[in-house]
Design a protein around this ligand. Structure first.
Ligand SMILES: [Zn+2]
Ligand SMILES: [Zn+2]
Length: 162
């Protein structure tokens, strides 16, 4: 997405933008990050002596894959943007492409293991059934972590007696 900084001619001048922007889907750390809906970009741009500062927010919904149940789900974002663009590093101030800055901000907040909800039950390790949609018929051999501790205590005791 291109923004025009040339209208900020004078040092000290400001400009705000508030618009819907579209970004391509991203691939990051083996995750497919879908951006099917336009995102809301709000930016205040300010001309300082040597730079332009951009402050604002990028908000909307991404689509991620749940690391437990592998379903795609909508992931809400509301990212604060705080960037300083040095004037001598900008080639074309009337068409400055801000996309890479926005993408960087998005990638920073993507969880390593996204989950669709805190209580997502995930998939059955035996048959692959999505347990959010219903129980499967597999034998369950789930040991409560506290029980496991107790069991270990008993086992250790047995060993001592041998
Ligand atoms: Zn899930
Ligand atoms: Zn199962």
């Amino acid at each position: 997405m291109l923004i025009d900084l040339s209208s900020l001619k004078e040092v000290g001048s400001r400009k705000s933008i508030d618009r819907k922007i579209e970004l391509p889907d991203l691939s990051y750390r083996e995750q497919e990050i879908g951006i099917p809906f336009p995102l809301d970009l709000k930016l205040d741009m300010y001309n300082t002596e040597d730079s332009y500062t951009l402050t604002g927010s990028l908000a909307g919904n991404l689509v991620l894959t749940c690391s437990r149940c592998l379903e795609r789900f909508e992931y809400k974002i509301d990212i604060k943007i705080n960037e300083e663009l040095m004037k001598d590093e900008i080639n074309n101030i009337s068409e400055f492409d801000i996309s890479s800055i926005l993408i960087e901000h998005i990638l920073l907040i993507i969880p390593i293991k996204p989950i669709c909800s805190q209580d997502c039950k995930g998939l059955c390790v035996q048959c692959g059934q999505n347990l959010n949609e219903g129980e499967c018929d597999c034998e369950k051999d789930i040991i409560d972590p506290r029980m496991a501790k107790l069991k270990k205590l008993f086992d250790d005791k047995d060993n001592e007696e041998v």
